[in-house]
Design a protein around this ligand. Structure first.
Ligand SMILES: C[S@@+](CC[C@H](N)C(=O)[O-])C[C@H]1O[C@@H](n2cnc3c(N)ncnc32)[C@H](O)[C@@H]1O
Length: 451
């Protein structure tokens, strides 16, 4: 296609679709242009800002005809912060946008058109996250903290965030004040100098308790005792403070050595009637109200019988394993993180569930050790990159009759569904569950059955 677009040109356009990350899609002489904050159905003047070989990016200049689903974002940081990208849509539109994305992605990548349920939404789609990792930055002598600006490592100094608990914003403000007043250095990724990097906050909704992990680039934190004392006085529901030392720029921020400096390295929570202990390195779903609904859907699709053997691969601290164990004959959880496996076993004991076992290791390796077991249902809930090919190959060779795939990334879900459908699995049904309101992230639970 010959590109006729020029950078800085202004065009009048109509938006005909949305991208996976909620940009409006319009076409100029058949050439697709993606525009942030534009909504399907709107007419607008746009300025072309970047032209690539097969598509271009534009910026809104003026909206001529507004979508009836457009909303004024409640957050003052919306246009700069990379945290939320659908706050300009009504919640109704966010839910139908997600269902449409699941449908289209499965159709285009997996070549399947299963029944797709309506997205299960929240009554109040704000302040829902029970976890946040907030980096610090020092600019012109001022300590700042907040999520990164879209596609940068530049912190947007947050006054208040509308998807995390209000207490998290207050704790971050307290930490910023302390680091500023005490002249504590903030880590700079370029020079690799400085001490404080980020804070991870986790909240237990059931017990209203908070676990705080400070990520540092060096192990000595000046004025540590004063900070701990001040935090506990101001926020008495903090039950755990962990110091995590990580001087590496690459990889996950919560890596390296950690030391508990107050309380235990554990947060307790209650979910769908089960008690859980979660260490700071263990995965735990970020939206507890929707997690209960997600697991209910997984259970509805899996329909475990009392004699069934279920494998819960990528099981975390066992939050799906235990409810399944109540219905099935036996459940085997697989998880790579050592701390999470320890939590999962403790959680089973605490909830008096004894028909489970947890195997630690890479899911692709561990599943192969189960090749002689009878497995009726496999639950998979991998990270964003989806299942490893070797894992899927083992599953296909074992001919497990039913798979319930829980996914936080519809692209890798569709890629894996394509592989599985090539081996005779039929995609029966998919249910999007809105775990991440105000963002374009989509959680889906899907049923596949071996034909
Ligand atoms: C999206 S979480 C799901 C956890 C759990 N099902 C839940 O609902 O809380 C993915 C989990 O897979 C684990 N994980 C990541 N890669 C893995 C691998 N290669 N093998 C086994 N587990 C892995 C992570 O540590 C994490 O606990």
């Amino acid at each position: 296609m010959k590109v006729l677009l020029q950078k800085n040109d202004v065009h009048e356009v109509e938006f005909v679709d949305m991208t996976h990350d909620a940009k409006g899609v319009c076409k100029i002489d058949g050439f697709p242009v993606f525009v942030k904050d534009a909504l399907k159905g709107e007419k607008a003047l746009i300025r072309v800002v970047k032209v690539n070989k097969n598509f271009a990016f534009g910026r809104l200049v003026e909206i001529k005809e507004e979508s009836p689903f457009r909303k004024i974002p409640i957050c003052e940081h919306f246009s700069t912060c990379g945290g939320c990208d659908t706050m300009h849509m009504s919640y109704e539109m966010q839910l139908s946008f997600k269902r449409h994305r699941v449908k289209e992605t499965l159709r285009k990548i997996a070549h399947v058109e299963p029944q797709i349920q309506r997205t299960i939404g929240m009554e109040n789609p704000f302040y829902y996250r029970n976890k946040a990792i907030i980096p610090f930055e020092k600019r012109k002598g001022r300590v700042m903290a907040g999520f990164y600006k879209n596609r940068t490592r530049e912190v947007v100094d947050l006054k208040r965030c509308h998807i995390i608990p209000k207490s998290f914003s207050e704790i971050v403000r307290y930490l910023k004040g302390h680091f500023q007043n005490r002249g504590i250095s903030v880590y700079d990724e370029e020079t690799q100098d400085g001490c404080v990097r980020a804070v991870m906050l986790r909240q237990s909704l059931a017990y209203d308790e908070i676990a705080l992990t400070l990520v540092l680039a060096e192990s000595r934190l000046p004025y540590k005792d004063e900070l701990v004392e001040g935090l506990l006085k101001r926020f008495p529901n903090i039950v755990s403070i962990v110091k995590n030392v990580n001087a590496k720029n690459a990889g996950s921020l919560i890596e390296g050595k950690s030391r508990t400096i107050y309380g235990k390295d554990l947060l307790r929570d209650r979910l769908s009637g089960f008690e859980y202990r979660i260490a700071h390195k263990s995965f735990y779903q970020v939206n507890p109200l929707q997690t209960a609904r997600l697991y209910k859907e997984a259970m509805r699709l899996a329909k475990p019988g009392p004699e069934d053997v279920v494998v819960d691969a990528y099981c975390g601290v066992g939050t799906m394993t235990l409810p399944f164990a109540q219905r099935a004959g036996r459940v085997i959880g697989i998880e790579s993180v050592k701390e999470a496996v320890k939590n999962a076993q403790e959680n089973a004991d605490e909830n008096d569930i004894d028909n489970v076992e947890f195997l630690q290791g890479d899911a692709a390796e561990v599943i192969q050790k189960l090749e002689h077991e009878r497995i009726d249902t496999l639950i998979v809930d991998p990270p964003r990159k989806g299942c490893e090919k070797a894992f899927l190959q083992a599953v296909m060779a074992m001919e497990i009759p039913r798979i319930v795939y829980v996914s936080c990334n519809v692209s890798t879900l569709a890629r894996d569904a394509n592989i599985l459908s090539g081996a005779g699995y039929e995609v029966k049904e998919a249910v999007p569950v809105d775990m991440f309101p105000q963002t374009s992230h989509i959680e889906t639970v899907m049923l596949l059955e071996k034909q």
